[in-house]
Write a protein that binds this ligand. Sequence first.
Ligand code: AGP
Length: 372
Amino acid sequence: SAAEKGGYDYFMLKEIAEQPKAVADTLLGRIDASGSLTLDEVRIPVAELREVDKVVIVACGTAFHAGLIAKYAIEHWTRIPCEVELASEFRYRDPILAARTLVVAISQSGETMDTLMALRHAREQGSKVLAICNTNGSTIPRESDAVLYTHAGPEVAVASTKAFLTQLVACYLVALYLGQVRGTKWGDEIDAVIRELAQIAGEVEQVLQTMEPVRELARSLADRNTVLFLGRHVGYPVALEGALKLKELAYMHAEGFAAGELKHGPIALIEEGVPVVVVVPSPRGRSVLHDKIVSNIQEIRARGARTIVIAEEGDEAVVPYADHLIRVPATPTLLQPLVATVPLQVFACELATARGNEVDQPRNLAKSVTVE
Ligand code: AGP
């Protein structure tokens, strides 16, 4: 009913709008004023967490994209090797698992059969499993050793939005917590990340307030067949997520690429007028990547692409090559997906509407996939 949708036409619009509150709720009570983390619900003994020598993340779809981003944070902040695998592939390749492997299973519904089978397999091999889940008491957390709930509130639309942002927050918390229990030196970078997390809800809200041009752009592309997405570093999984949203909702051919792979094949797809969304890393800090992606934007534009550039405020280098420029607040590099994903959700939702598609219930899809 309209009341359930809180005045929005679709649950998806409501859930996109709820993201600032959702991320705030995921953080609530988990980082204290001194910047230290209390994740009491992670009932894996600290002594065991100190011994972890590998993290393996298993998930499907959008939750898998959260896992891909988590890998960058976990390895960079904790120096523990981290693998991310599609849950549906995991157990069939005889993965190497041991007591010191921490398996993190990410699932909004907690009922995804592929993810459940992957975690069962991991536990049979003696690994500890930590679930990151949005649904209280669902099967995946019940069968895991510990659970960190995302507290996004019920997500009704088939296309995941607020669950994704809160999965990211939960992944960052797990990474920071692993660092904390293992005594990682808490340098300036981690302090900056913790300070930033405290402001992130406001920044997501700020993005939401500036989405009208994105909706307009989406409507103007309603008769296209293809949209490509490029990103690097954590922007690469953001590109994959942008493409998945568009497939699900707009039924368009959409593909995400690592920008560094362009010259290894995908650039052959660039032709006159093809829209390409580029997620640009911050020019601060990792400026080498920034410069490389700016030259990618030049390259594809010279070949006719219509460039849709997502870049942080103050990044002037992209301006001459952006046919459409979408600004997001400046954040530490690893946290950029929290703001950069939002325009892609809005873009896909608006394109679906413009194409007359069922936004909350895309064809052929179910909210949770309870068969393998
Ligand atoms: C996301 O928009 C999709 N509907 C889908 O990829 C989903 O993320 C995937 O099926 C995993 O679901 P889960 O998080 O409930 O396990």
